[in-house]
Write a protein of this length. Structure first.
Length: 319
């Protein structure tokens, strides 16, 4: 495949960008002014101005050299491109977890907050903040690596007034019903919780019904930060994309309309091909299984508290 040639005007813009920047911000300037401001030799300044004039990005007026209107606009778009490319590279840890066939928009990286996470525990802390801040969530979960998700769903739906629509694989739902029979049965019976068994992508998705602020789990006293800048809108939804590769590796959050539309469409496509999972959630209790461990308050687990009981001491060597 033969790549298109780069126009000479674009080459001049990329090569002489700093000249155009200073003329946009401080022009008009004479060549001696440019020599002093940029620290370049007179010959370098002469070549740079000649190239920019040939590209019609700079012109001379009686008071010196200034950017043309097209030069100013081209510079703004070029700098926007560089910022977007930099944002995409910064978001690689999450973006690469989304297979090509799902075709996310560029805004999933360019207009999002990206956070690396060190495992399932830290990822849950981000997700829990978002779920607790809104009155409804649609969730796609490829695997259940942290049991606190189940307790959180129970807290906010059965014991609260949040609505959750969960889309997960049959394996995840069977795990939920078997390891948490009481919680699974409660969730299946709750009007505010819906579970659908379907084929899921390898990444997670949380669509929260509101704009939420997130604070770093390591700095819980800090005020919540905006998710996407710019793009936050009162009443808007928030999309969280969760990356998994041998455990949780990253999270990005956005309120961008294109990201929300992509996430919403993907969720509905997956859900339309799925089926109700109520029976799966109640199979554990129907079989007479008991919970693997007594319930521990999710809020305390989120803050790093541990249950100190017989099992806790049984796992540790005496001093």
């Amino acid at each position: 495949m033969k790549l298109p040639e780069v126009p000479s005007e674009l080459e001049a813009l990329a090569k002489r960008r700093q000249y155009l920047e200073i003329l946009v911000s401080r022009g008009p300037l004479h060549k001696p002014d440019l020599e002093e401001a940029l620290g370049d030799s007179r010959s370098t300044v002469d070549r740079a101005i000649d190239e920019l004039e040939d590209a019609a990005l700079v012109e001379r007026i009686p008071r010196g050299y200034v950017s043309t209107q097209s030069g100013r606009l081209a510079l703004a778009r070029y700098e926007s491109f560089l910022a977007d490319a930099d944002a995409i590279l910064d978001a690689q840890s999450v973006v690469e977890a989304i297979p090509r066939r799902y075709e996310p928009p560029a805004e999933v990286a360019t207009n999002a907050r990206v956070e690396p996470v060190a495992g399932e525990y830290e990822l849950f802390s981000w997700v829990a903040q978002a779920i607790r801040a809104v009155d409804g969530c649609r969730i796609v979960l490829p695997h259940l690596g942290d049991s606190r998700h189940v307790r959180l769903w129970h807290d906010v739906t059965v014991d609260g007034d949040t609505e959750i629509d969960l889309l997960a694989s049959q394996t995840v739902l069977e795990q939920l019903g078997t390891e948490f029979p009481k919680l699974g049965a409660d969730l299946a019976a709750a009007d505010s919780f819906t579970a659908t068994a379907a084929e899921t992508p390898p990444f997670g998705l949380v669509l929260a019904s509101g704009t939420v602020g997130l604070s770093d789990p390591h700095e819980r006293s800090a005020a919540g930060d905006g998710l996407a800048e710019p793009g936050d809108r009162p009443g808007a939804e928030t999309a969280l994309v969760l990356a998994f590769e041998d455990g949780a590796t990253g999270m990005l959050a956005s309120t961008d309309e294109r990201v929300l539309a992509w996430g919403g469409d993907l969720y509905e496509q997956l859900r339309s091909a799925g089926s109700s999972a109520d029976e799966t959630l109640t199979e554990g209790q129907a079989a007479g299984l008991s919970a693997v461990s007594p319930r521990f308050p999710t809020r305390l687990e989120e803050e790093g508290f541990l249950r100190v009981d017989e099992a806790y001491f049984a796992e540790r060597e005496p001093l």
